[in-house]
Every structure is written in structure tokens, then in C-alpha cells.
Design a protein around this ligand. Structure first.
Ligand SMILES: C[S@@+](CC[C@H](N)C(=O)[O-])C[C@H]1O[C@@H](n2cnc3c(N)ncnc32)[C@H](O)[C@@H]1O
Length: 253
């Protein structure tokens, strides 16, 4: 399990939660959890924030798949806190699309510049460095402007690290292109579920057994499922009760 210090901090957070054999799941605004966490305590962040109001054509007709509101996303807070809680050199993965990619990377670079101006380059540091753009190529494409625009068939993942030099990637050097089938919105009653095989690859190359992965925008808990199978611990927060309940059910399957 997590180290005892982290466990005792999490136990004292005043929010609905489950402590599972593989980790912790909180049903609350991630602010509560971020604010309770000490500096330099998390080995890896993989997350998928609500960077746009999302509801694809199918969920509109399907009440069970709840709309995700972009208004819940506080980008400066998320970048600042991610940088603070990660251990030095730890990796940061953030799903986004082509429109939000520059906004998120821009915020990472703005905070890094500010940190360096105020604190110089000496360690320890609490900023993120952008390293690469990973691409998920899907087997299908989304809708949109059917006659006047290209069919969107990819999603992006921002890859970065805490501080200047990230830890080494485990194993053979991976390509930054990932092929995987889209996950049906109905499978976990969530509109933006990500493929577990890609999440697992990120976890494998960026952490060791027994380390802790944080997903502050957990949705249907894909990061939890991916982490358990390869013996990493997870810390997840999800603000919506329905998604939280579904994710607990998923964790017991
Ligand atoms: C894009 S979805 C993530 C989906 C996830 N990748 C999956 O595979 O299911 C973003 C999630 O973050 C949740 N969320 C939004 N704001 C939040 C906040 N402040 N704290 C915790 N969760 C939040 C939303 O309810 C939504 O389920």
C-alpha cells in the first residue's frame, strides 16, 4: 500500500472515498485532495481534464452518459499543483485535443518561466517541462463538419516531466504514436473513456512496481484499472457522483 504518511493524510480528507487494495478513489473536487498532498509525493500523473464541453452525438441520446462541463477545469491550478505534488523528474501525461494543446502547454511554459525568474534554476523546483506530443490513432473518426472538414481520427497526449530532466523511460524506446480501438461510451457509461492498453503502456514506461499514479480527473477509472494489473497504486478523484459510483463498480469486476 501507500506509505503510511500518505495514508494518514488521505484518511483525514473530509470527502466520500473508497480505500481499495490497489489505491484510493475520492468523490470530490480534486482541489481538496491536491491541497492535502505534500510536495514531491507522487510518482506519476496521467489525466484527462474536461478541456471542452463534451458530449458526442451518441450520448446526447443516451441519458446515462453524463455531459462533462469544461467550466470545472481550472488550468492554472491544475498545472501548478501537478508540478508541486510530483516527485522531481516524475512524468506527466495529459490528454487534450488540437485546440487545447497550445493552451495547456502554454500554461506549463508560463509557470516554468515564472518559477525560474523568481527562484533561478536551482533545485528543488515545482514546474513542468514539456517534452513531446503523443498521438492516439483511433480506428474510427468523430463527426463534426462532415462536408467541409477532415474527419478527426486522433487524440493528443502532452508528455512532460517535473523539473528540467525527467526520469528515464523503462524498456525499449517507444514510438510517440499509439494505435488502439475507441472505447464505447456505453462500456463504462462515460463519454471520454481512454483505452486501458495505452494507459498501461504509459504506466509501464514511466514507473516501477509499487509506485503511485495520480489521476485527478478520473472519470470511469481507466487509470485505476491499468495500474492494478501491473502492480502500481492509484489515487483517483472524480467530482461526479455517478461516475464515481460506476468506477467503484468497475473496480470490483
Ligand atoms: C474527460 S473526463 C475523464 C475521462 C477518463 N479519461 C476516463 O477514461 O473515463 C474528465 C472527468 O473529470 C471530472 N472532473 C471535472 N472537474 C473535476 C474536478 N474539479 N475534480 C475532480 N473531477 C473532476 C469530470 O466529471 C469527468 O468525469
Amino acid at each position: 500500500m501507500f506509505d503510511e504518511h500518505l495514508n494518514s493524510i488521505l484518511e483525514n480528507i473530509d470527502a466520500r472515498h473508497e480505500r481499495l487494495p490497489g489505491g484510493w478513489v475520492f468523490n470530490c473536487d480534486n482541489r481538496l485532495v491536491f491541497e492535502a498532498l505534500p510536495d514531491d509525493c507522487i510518482d506519476l500523473i496521467i489525466t484527462d481534464p474536461p478541456y471542452k464541453d463534451y458530449q458526442s452525438n451518441r450520448p446526447v441520446k443516451h441519458e446515462k452518459v453524463k455531459k462533462i462541463l469544461q467550466s470545472d477545469f481550472d488550468l492554472p491550478f491544475f498545472v501548478e499543483q501537478s508540478a508541486r505534488v510530483l516527485k522531481p523528474g516524475a512524468h506527466f501525461y495529459c490528454w487534450c485535443d488540437h485546440l487545447t494543446f497550445p493552451t495547456i502547454v502554454g500554461e506549463m511554459q508560463r509557470q516554468k518561466g515564472k518559477w525560474k525568474m523568481e527562484n533561478g534554476t536551482k533545485e528543488p523546483c515545482h514546474y513542468l517541462t514539456y517534452k513531446n506530443c503523443l498521438v492516439w490513432v483511433k480506428n474510427n473518426h468523430g463527426s463534426g463538419d462532415l462536408k467541409g472538414n477532415y474527419a478527426p481520427q486522433h487524440e493528443f497526449v502532452i508528455f512532460g516531466c517535473k523539473g528540467e530532466r525527467g526520469r528515464r523511460l523503462n524498456g525499449k524506446r517507444p514510438s510517440n504514436i499509439f494505435d488502439a480501438r475507441k472505447v464505447s461510451n456505453y462500456r463504462h457509461n462515460h463519454g471520454t473513456t481512454k483505452p486501458v492498453e495505452i494507459l498501461q503502456k504509459f504506466i509501464e514506461v514511466s514507473s516501477e512496481e509499487g509506485e503511485v499514479v495520480l489521476d485527478p480527473y478520473a472519470g470511469s477509472m481507466g487509470v485505476g484499472e491499468a495500474a492494478i494489473e501491473i502492480k502500481r497504486y492509484f489515487l483517483l478523484t472524480e467530482i461526479e457522483k455517478e461516475h464515481y459510483n460506476n468506477s467503484i463498480i468497475r473496480s470490483h469486476k
